[in-house]
Design a protein around this ligand. Structure first.
Ligand code: SAM
Length: 263
């Protein structure tokens, strides 16, 4: 039985004691009907993963003893997804899938043929919730960084140094992603990659990207839906850069810290 995973706010952990409240406590108590003594796992959204044991299940909260703590291993390469803002629920889908696939940071951007206006400010809170839910579901302790939407030119112009910068463009006919990645030295450790809106990148945007050191690459002859293209590009990059490799037993050692108590 896979361990049950719950999100807990860091301030609800004091020493070896955790107090789970609100919807998470309700889910544990009434939906999962767990009992005292059951093993559970907590995520605190800052990168810590706690192994714990339920002590008491009360009406308004659940207390647990923390037995140990582990953290995710750092990724072999850091992927920063630049995603044109998409309509409706598609952005939610992208955030969820990019989190599951291990993307390090996500920067939504405005684009000429896409969404120009600033989304509702509650958007960021909602995006954070989607990402934390995805972390809990996929057992990811360190959430990706979600940046506030900005102009594409801003995103292109001031990125920290990246080993590779890619713009996925359906009209690219020369450079295939395969060739590009084959040409990358093994130590490609950071990639900033851009995916366009439903309306596609404008020629001016592609030209500006090239001026800023981005290589246009193709995902083949078919025009993929925006969300399909992002999923495909992310999965291919993660696979090629080794971020979809299983964590080997001796690596697991490195990711686990000392148990907090014999419990
Ligand atoms: N409006 C464009 C058209 O009909 O020609 C389609 C844009 S597509 C729906 C949305 C985004 O997905 C594009 O901006 C691009 O970033 C990416 N994309 C889709 N198909 C692609 C392909 N074959 N190669 C590279 N990128 C692709």
């Amino acid at each position: 039985m896979s361990l049950r995973r719950f999100f807990i706010h860091p301030s609800d952990i004091t020493g070896e004691t955790a107090q789970l409240t609100g919807p998470e406590a309700h889910h544990l108590r009434t939906v999962l009907r767990l009992n005292s003594g059951d093993p559970i796992t907590f995520f605190d959204g800052t990168g810590a993963r706690y192994q714990a044991r339920i002590e008491r299940i009360l009406k308004d909260r659940v207390t647990a003893t923390i037995l140990g703590q582990t953290r995710d291993l750092p990724p072999k390469a850091r992927l920063h997804l630049g995603q044109a803002l998409l309509k409706g629920q598609k952005m939610d889908f992208i955030l969820q899938k990019a989190t599951e696939l291990g993307v390090d940071a996500i920067s939504p951007f405005y684009s000429e043929h896409g969404i120009h206006k600033q989304p509702k400010d509650t958007q960021m809170d909602r995006w954070q919730r989607i990402v934390l839910e995805a972390c809990k579901q996929c057992d990811r302790a360190t959430p990706p960084e979600i940046h506030a939407p900005r102009e594409l030119t801003e995103l292109m112009a001031v990125p920290p140094p990246y080993d590779a910068r890619l713009i996925f463009w359906e009209h690219e006919t020369q450079q295939t992603l395969n060739e590009f990645l084959a040409g990358q030295s093994k130590d490609c450790r950071s990639v900033l990659f851009l995916l366009g809106p439903e309306g596609g990148f404008s020629e001016a945007e592609v030209a500006c990207a090239q001026k800023n050191g981005f290589t246009p690459v193709s995902l083949g002859p078919r025009i993929l839906r925006a969300e399909t293209a992002t999923l495909a590009a992310t999965a291919i990059l993660q696979f090629t850069l080794g971020n979809l490799d299983p964590v080997l037993p001796d690596d697991q050692e490195k990711s686990s810290c000392e148990p907090l108590s014999n419990g």
